[in-house]
Write a protein that binds this ligand. Sequence first.
Ligand code: FAD
Ligand SMILES: C=Cc1c2[nH]c(c1C)Cc1[nH]c(c(CCC(=O)O)c1C)Cc1[nH]c(c(C)c1CCC(=O)O)Cc1[nH]c(c(C)c1C=C)C2
Length: 482
Amino acid sequence: MATAVVLGGGISGLSCAYYLSTIARQYMKKIILIESSTTLGGWIRTTRYPDGTIFEHGPRSMRPVGKAGYNALTLVNELGLSSAVLPVIKSHPAVQKRLILVHNQLHTLPSGPSYLFRKVPPFSKPFIWYLLQDLIARKKKVEDESIHDFAIRRFGKEIAEYIMDPVCRGIVAGDSREISVRSLFGNLFQGEQEHGSVVKGQLKQTQESKLEDFLHNDLAVKSKSQGWAMWTLRNGLQSLPEALVRQLESDNLVQILTNAPCKRINFVDGKAMVMFGESSLLANHVFSSIPSRTLSRLLSASYPALAQYLSSIQSVHVAVVNLEFKGKVLQNEGFGFLVPSSQKSNVLGIIFDSCCFPEHDGKYSHKTRITCMIGGKWFRDVLGDVDTASLDSALELAVEAAHNHLGITDPPVRNHTSVQKGCIPQYKVGHHRILQGLHNEIQENSLNLSLLGSSYEGVSVNDCIYNSKLAVEKFVKKISHS
Ligand SMILES: Cc1cc2nc3c(=O)[nH]c(=O)nc-3n(C[C@H](O)[C@H](O)[C@H](O)COP(=O)(O)OP(=O)(O)OC[C@H]3O[C@@H](n4cnc5c(N)ncnc54)[C@H](O)[C@@H]3O)c2cc1C
Ligand SMILES: C=Cc1c2[nH]c(c1C)Cc1[nH]c(c(CCC(=O)O)c1C)Cc1[nH]c(c(C)c1CCC(=O)O)Cc1[nH]c(c(C)c1C=C)C2
């Protein structure tokens, strides 16, 4: 029987503890989760106002796509949250209309077959032209490449500048000239490497996608048959970590310690000594879901090579400004808009929350909620040092952007600003080599350590949950053979 310590109480750590208590239960003596702050859920944070209005400060929507997407729905089902799911179907404007800001004008990004033969600004050709470029472009064998270089090579400058650059900002708040196509858009990268072109790869992957494993789950079946494109939860996404905490707290195998920052880990004779606060614990296995750079500090004394790899994964800061305006003030429907890095604006983009999830507008629905994201790779240029960045300045920039880009002239009636330090890891070109280095160091030193969380193999909430499940399955395999 094993004792496991889970470091970090974000969605990765909570789902890891959940899977340990379910799929690994028969092997477990104790599961102890250690969280440094006083709250659980990590970057998933919802503010709920008494009138029912909801502001999301972190993630706000999840995609029911692929194994990780279906797995998250299975978890939601298991936690009894199915009736709280708010889906958005594929034909909804929040799905069809993703906008970009070019020369201070909003343009809809091409989505679906209707755009194939139409030329829509800022693009100079119908979309089919770019797809044909990809089909005729020679395959180049590369180990990795930046998203920008990849897009230029396969589709040309316009797709690189107006699609891949802003989408990269809208996922990791990063620079497409630095971020790895292999690590962030693995399916596009594999498309070229395995099938010679992105288009052929996409067609092949659609034919081959087998998700039967998850289709015994009512919610996953429903999401497929009803054509969901994204979903959230009625009381905000924070309901998901809250439900996990409720489940874990009712389980006598599990102990959750908050306000307990882990300070150091030593591995001796197949065991791990985990030091936190003024206490320590002896465990058979450590599942770390804390940011890689924090873990690096905990291991640097005993494992400098491992610590070096861990510290090389950087992350960026984002200021998130939630704004509420009186009345319906948006002239455009849609998910929101992103600003390509070539354009002049102080913001990365703005999400039209009221369009995506009007249910979160609360009792008095004659209003508009939007969320403005600022900074990322460009944080210092816009807001200065993250430790002294002013919330008022971030709010001012957001209100100014709402005015300049959306024509909203009234002041917001409610606002919430947070500066989220190091919230999004950056998988830069060569990230896969860091992962390989980490894997080798853990093997060579025979460490009972699993690396989870957004620092490594996917930043979406779906990926975080799924990777925790895979790590627990691997642990079960190992322990059941020993
Ligand atoms: C603004 C924003 C918008 C996003 N939007 C989306 C979206 O729309 N859809 C989507 O799928 N994803 C989105 N994401 C990504 C997703 O929210 C995150 O990648 C995910 O929540 C990360 O979860 P995690 O558990 O891996 O890490 P975290 O949430 O960072 O959790 C790690 C935990 O470890 C704790 N910790 C740190 N140091 C220690 C220590 N020494 N000892 C103990 N505990 C420690 C921290 O306090 C924290 O609670 C968004 C992220 C951000 C920031
Ligand atoms: C402008 C900054 C950001 C916006 N959202 C995020 C940032 C940094 C964070 C984020 N958004 C998504 C994910 C999950 C990725 C996944 O694999 O599912 C994360 C970490 C989802 C997402 N949001 C947009 C896109 C294109 C995606 C990818 C998945 C999908 O197609 O749904 C677009 C988008 N994000 C932001 C805005 C304003 C925006 C507008 C169109 C904000």
